[in-house]
Design a binder for this molecule. Structure first.
Ligand SMILES: C[S@@+](CC[C@H](N)C(=O)[O-])C[C@H]1O[C@@H](n2cnc3c(N)ncnc32)[C@H](O)[C@@H]1O
Length: 377
């Protein structure tokens, strides 16, 4: 299966989401769309489709995120190695606490935590308390050191690093579309993916749009029909709650993101199934995801980098090994060449390297500037 990065998801040149794809054997459940004709906003529909009793992520026995798309975690162990390096910087900045928390929010099958534990020196691993926060059930055979939690730890309870890779894009959001008069209306959707325009958006959602996605806000200058936007308020709240789990340390969110100055005019809501981008249908058969307004999530002390800059600062570069190594150590040369290829994928500005890293130091400035880099490229 050719798994794509989800950052590959973009509407076509015509601005429309991609057409439905043929199902891949064994990964697509029987369609259930016909059973449910309720109209819902996209937030409620996505919540049900991804995390309901038979949800895309929570359904027992499903292949997990790795079966449907490729995140940095799946791309290469270099990524876990980089997170381990970051954890060590946090550890040093905090004065090597007796218990060093490592919280992975939206942990998938726990792959990142396993990789980080394996990459840590023994003395640091012995003090590390790994927590997976995940709505899906604990996978069988997971490293017993990893605590598996359905919800975030209590506010202010932990010291260490909280890391969330491609979590926020799966926090469901409502979608608005401007009607013929340019008035933004909430988009309603049925389980088969059919849409209609609902009531005009108002209240805190309208305020959020005015501040963060002004082209699709009720009082937009030069209103135009057919613009779409995703209202990131639930993600702002989810991120603030995640950051709040730390007493001291660093919280990091990594995702495909856009900024206020360059929001896509037709939004980014899309689907993913079995390695392919598909039309988003909230029936549990596919992932439903949208790029993240990370600037809206950011707290006042936040730092922002591209993944490329963050990984460079952590020592992951796509630099090829010197050719001379091929004669002195052919096996080592091939290993280094493979690592350079993986690093190039993780740092590719047009792919995973273009992801946003949002860093929030918590409980003082000890963990500020940990990725201040000489190479911002
Ligand atoms: C795209 S996957 C990313 C998995 C993993 N972090 C990676 O990078 O490979 C998103 C994960 O977030 C989980 N998730 C979404 N909302 C969550 C929440 N509120 N609490 C815990 N996990 C959540 C989903 O169940 C899913 O496993």
């Amino acid at each position: 299966m050719a798994n794509e990065h989800r950052c590959a998801q973009r509407p076509g040149d015509d601005g429309l989401p991609p057409a439905p794809e043929a199902p891949a054997d064994g990964l697509r459940p029987a369609p259930r769309a016909g059973a449910d004709t309720t109209w819902r906003g996209w937030q409620a529909a996505t919540e049900q489709a991804l995390y309901g009793p038979d949800g895309f992520y929570t359904r027992p026995g499903g292949p997990g995120p790795a079966g449907h798309f490729r995140t940095s975690v799946h791309a290469s162990p270099l990524y876990a190695g980089a997170v381990a390096a970051l954890l060590r910087r946090v550890d040093a900045a905090l004065g090597h606490p007796g218990e060093l928390a490592l919280v992975d929010v939206g942990a998938g099958r726990g792959e990142l935590l396993g990789g980080v534990l394996a990459a840590l020196p023994e003395d640091v691993a012995a003090r590390t308390r790994p927590y997976a926060v995940e709505r899906a059930a604990r996978p069988e055979g997971l490293d017993p050191r990893i605590a598996w939690l359905a919800d975030l730890p209590a506010p202010g309870s932990l010291t260490g690093l909280l890391f969330a890779n491609e979590w926020l894009d799966n926090v469901p959001v409502d979608v608005v579309e401007t009607d013929a008069e340019g008035v933004p209306r909430r988009v309603e959707v049925r389980a088969d993916g059919t849409e209609r325009l609902g009531a005009p958006v108002d209240g805190p959602d309208a305020q959020w749009l005015a501040r963060w996605w002004p082209r699709a806000a009720p009082d937009a200058a030069g209103p135009a029909p057919g613009l779409r936007a995703e209202i990131g308020r639930p993600r702002d709240a989810a991120w603030a709650r995640a950051v709040g789990a730390l007493r001291t340390g660093l919280a990091v969110a990594v995702d495909y993101a856009h900024d206020r100055a360059d929001r896509p005019p037709f939004g980014t809501l899309t689907g993913f199934r079995a390695g392919r981008e598909v039309r988003p249908v909230p029936d549990g058969s596919c992932d439903v995801t949208a790029h993240v307004a990370l600037d809206a999530c950011a707290g006042p002390a936040a730092e922002r980098l591209t993944q490329r800059a963050a990984l460079h600062a952590l020592g992951v570069t796509g630099r090829r090994p010197p050719l001379s190594l091929a004669t002195t150590d052919p096996a080592g040369y091939l290993r280094a060449l493979g690592a350079a290829g993986a690093a190039a994928e993780l740092t590719d500005p047009a792919g995973l390297g273009g992801f946003g890293w949002l860093l929030e130091p918590v409980g003082g400035a000890a963990c500020a500037g940990l990725l201040a880099a000489d190479d911002a490229g």
